[in-house]
Design a protein around this ligand. Structure first.
Ligand SMILES: *Cc1c(COP(=O)(O)O)cnc(C)c1O
Length: 226
């Protein structure tokens, strides 16, 4: 269990940081959704954060997310799936997630098609040259967006990205903003940007991020991978 006072303090500090970054960019902090990433942490931490008012949670591994969602089904939570997804597991994610941030290829998109219910979706952009990283290549962005738009049961919200190590985050997020503009040319309603983590959320806010995915700055250090 995290020390409750410390958890509350870290959450408050990040919320203040978000408010400050929004003010400096002339933005309304109320337009920004903070998703607390709880990967590797136990369900008990999610419950503590719920008691502090958090409702949006992020997980990047299906089995772990599924187990926590099951254990916490008495709470009204929004689970955001933010990790790479195998197409054979994709359908199961629909059962607990309210949003998926990592759509990047046809096989996963097709596997998520459904005639019952709507899942919010972001197309992930790979900002590196490494194909092993999640995300669509810049040149494939429009095709992936069109695929999502043509799939029943998915509502495209916008783009998602992780700033690469070794690039100034503000430059990386400028590229994400440019990608967002391309997506909006195809679907004006898909104007959301999922970007910004513990170390770079202020830069992401400056470039228009609407959904922050913040882990360790709020949860403390992650336990070792289990
Ligand atoms: C773990 C993770 C985060 C949160 O990272 P922190 O640096 O702990 O804030 C955000 N996005 C993705 C895709 C992640 O896997």
């Amino acid at each position: 269990m995290a020390e409750p006072a410390e958890l509350a303090e870290r959450l408050a500090a990040v919320q203040a940081g978000i408010a400050d970054a929004a003010a400096r960019s002339g933005r309304n902090a109320g337009d920004i959704t903070t998703i607390v990433v709880t990967k590797f942490h136990p369900a008990s931490l999610v419950r503590q954060l719920y008691d502090l008012g958090v409702r949006d949670f992020g997980e990047n591994r299906h089995q772990e997310a599924q187990a926590k969602a099951e254990e916490l089904r008495d709470l009204q939570l929004r689970w955001h799936f933010i990790g790479q997804l195998q197409s054979k597991k994709a359908r199961q994610v629909r059962e607990y997630a309210s949003a998926i941030h990592s759509l990047d290829r046809d096989s996963v998109i097709d596997a998520l098609a459904s005639d019952t219910g709507t899942l919010d979706a972001f197309v992930q952009l790979n900002l590196t040259d490494d194909p092993a990283r999640g995300g669509a290549n810049d040149g494939d962005l429009e095709a992936v967006v069109e695929r999502v738009l043509a799939t029943s049961g998915l509502r495209l919200l916008g783009v998602m990205a992780v700033a690469p190590v070794g690039e100034e985050p503000r430059r990386a997020f400028e590229r994400v903003r440019a990608a967002s503009e391309r997506v909006r040319r195809i679907e004006p309603a898909a104007d959301k940007i999922s970007a910004g983590m513990s170390g770079d959320y202020a830069a992401a806010i400056a470039e228009g991020a609407t959904h922050l995915r913040i882990g360790s700055a709020i949860t403390g250090n992650r336990p070792a991978a289990g």
